[in-house]
Design a protein around this ligand. Structure first.
Ligand code: FES
Ligand code: FES
Length: 156
């Protein structure tokens, strides 16, 4: 099937098999390796990317479903004119990264949630921030620093 979509701001058009998963399109076809394959069954969130403003598990999402949509991966957050994204800065400042395997998924989930909150003028509570990350598992940090970092995104 032919699909046309945007990824990290670039328009892409390609033929894909209907069974191709988005994570495989991103990592194997487009060679964007920042999106991580963890459980591959929708449990860990390591593969999270943003599709039309929503964080989704790319291991559970067919590539054909991005047709006509806009996809963002961790690679799209930074650029030569752009230092790290605010969410990434906060993760660093708070020591919320250890092995890093979960990090791109956590950053993308936090970005999608914080974009939505900022758009609606909402400052979420710590409990709400925690809830927004309930689909993202981390084996290393014990979560406190990740939640501190995600909460700090809303502080001036
Ligand atoms: S790799 Fe997709 S949710 Fe774990
Ligand atoms: S930093 Fe290692 S899994 Fe989260």
């Amino acid at each position: 099937m032919k699909i046309v979509f945007k990824i990290n701001g670039k328009q892409v058009s390609m033929e894909v098999k209907p069974s191709l998963l988005l994570i495989d399109l991103i990592r194997d076809v487009l060679k964007l390796k920042g999106t991580k394959p963890g459980c591959l069954e929708g449990e860990c969130g390591a593969c999270s990317v943003i599709v039309d403003g929503e964080a989704i598990n790319s291991c559970m999402y067919l590539a054909i479903n991005v047709n006509g949509k806009e996809v963002s991966t961790i690679e799209g957050l930074t650029g030569t004119e752009n230092p790290l994204h605010k969410v990434q800065d906060k993760m660093l400042e708070h020591g919320a990264v250890q092995c890093g395997f979960c990090t791109s998924g956590i950053v993308m989930t936090t970005k999608a949630y914080s974009d939505k909150c900022l758009e609606e003028g909402i400052t979420p509570t710590r409990e709400e921030v925690k809830k927004s990350l309930e689909g993202n598992l981390c084996r290393c940090t014990g979560y406190a620093k990740i939640i501190d970092a995600a909460e700090a995104v809303y502080k001036k």
